[in-house]
Design a binder for this molecule. Structure first.
Ligand code: LMR
Length: 397
């Protein structure tokens, strides 16, 4: 059965982790995989998480099964963060949330659930989108289509082109939107643009599926949820995949959530029984540790405040680095206008380099980024920014 199997190439993002570790150059710079890094290039455990883990160590009484929906305290707490405590979808019990193994788990469970609702489902994804969206959704069996999203050079959203492509999305179609901090391009929808897309969804009847993987790392916890909250208010149905990988730093704990918003409470209740049934047939139930920790943090005022403060510091650092990089690239004489990087949000931006230039940066300078020239802004610090800017200037000249 396995005799004919040939090895696959490394994953375009995760493969960079091993390549970076194997590189002996002391000046190497890791701008590859999307993990937050501090000034020392570490990805520390957040203080609120450490404290909650200590408390949980003493409080946890059993490791017995938890069930497909996961940790109730997590589901309630994260739903409040996503939609806002006073959102009408919560008051009307139209929104239900389950714990999933990361945002990836939420995307896949969401796709499987969609195929329970309709025999054939077309999901429209932005061009470009996070490469893993394709297998996560596509391998479930949905059809994928793309809508234009990003204008290289200006770094802006191709909004008119996006809107005209989405005119073709109607009843039975699903449109995947990045809630904030677009991965890979960093160009986010403005509030008026969210309003226009919501109007279009209302008119044409497509279902938005929002991937909210970076809440709190763009403009702020509330601001980053603007699109989700607006759509949950105005539209009868919505799916939201959220992740605690970046904003709680729980990457390897695989902690995320899937929320289903329906027109009425009974429909939402019914939908979640199908979601739970999908989960039971895929992995039975999610790992609970990350959910327990986030549930504890969100249920404790002091712990939550500590998390909000630390997350705010991470966000400010990323936004400052964006400005610093633009300034340093100009000083180093890099060819091109990079000012758009400071207008974007979240962990990622494209440098707009060719694959050959990206390879040169890797081979000659030990600077690692995805082949598309997506960089993880958080991998920059005051010690490596000059080296980075000089190297980029050299390969773009
Ligand atoms: C990224 O985009 O780098 C992260 O979301 C990590 C991943 O799984 O690709």
């Amino acid at each position: 059965m396995f005799a004919h199997i040939q090895p696959l190439p490394a994953d375009p993002i995760l493969g960079l982790i091993a390549d970076f570790h194997a590189d002996a150059n002391p000046d190497k710079v890791d701008l590859g995989v999307g993990v937050y890094r501090n000034e020392r290039s570490d990805t520390p455990i957040m203080q609120a998480v450490k404290e909650a883990e200590l408390r949980w160590h003493h409080a946890e009484q059993t490791k017995a099964y938890i069930g497909p929906a996961g940790v109730p305290e997590f589901n309630e707490g994260i739903r409040r963060e996503i939609f806002g405590a006073s959102h009408s979808a919560l008051a009307d019990r139209r929104a239900h949330t389950v714990l999933t193994p990361g945002g990836c788990g939420a995307l896949r469970v969401g796709a499987e659930f969609l195929l329970r609702c309709a025999k054939a489902v077309k999901v429209w994804v932005s061009d470009p989108t996070w490469p893993n969206h394709v297998p996560l959704l596509g391998n479930a069996g949905v059809d994928l289509a793309t809508y234009p999203y990003y204008r290289p050079g200006s770094g802006e959203v191709l909004f008119d082109e996006m809107m005209s492509a989405l005119q073709a999305a109607g009843q039975g179609d699903v449109v995947l939107l990045h809630g904030c901090c677009h991965n890979p391009c960093g160009a986010d929808l403005s509030e008026p643009q969210w309003r226009e897309i919501t109007d279009l969804a209302e008119r044409n009847g497509f279902l938005p599926f929002i991937d909210l993987a970076y809440q709190g790392l763009g403009r702020g916890l509330e601001e980053d949820a603007f699109g989700v909250r607006l759509m949950a208010e105005r539209l009868p149905e919505l799916l939201v995949a959220s992740s605690c990988s970046k904003n709680f730093g729980l990457y390897r704990e695989r902690t995320g959530s899937l929320s289903v918003v329906s027109a009425r409470a009974e429909q939402s209740q019914a939908a979640i029984t199908h979601v739970n049934n999908v989960v039971r047939g895929m992995y039975s139930m999610p790992p609970s540790h990350g959910g327990a920790i986030v549930g504890l943090i969100l249920g404790d005022e002091a712990l939550r405040q500590s998390w909000v403060d630390e997350l705010g510091g991470m966000r400010e650092r990323i936004n400052t680095l964006r400005e610093l990089l633009v300034e340093k690239l100009a000083q180093a004489g890099a060819s091109g206008d990079y000012a758009f990087i400071a207008r974007q949000f979240g962990m990622f931006s494209f440098l707009g380099l060719t694959k050959e230039q990206v390879q040169l940066l890797r081979q000659q300078y030990s600077i690692y980024m995805v082949d598309s020239s997506r960089i993880n802004i958080a991998g920059i610090n005051r010690d490596n920014v000059d080296y980075l800017a000089t190297a980029i200037a050299a390969v773009t000249r």
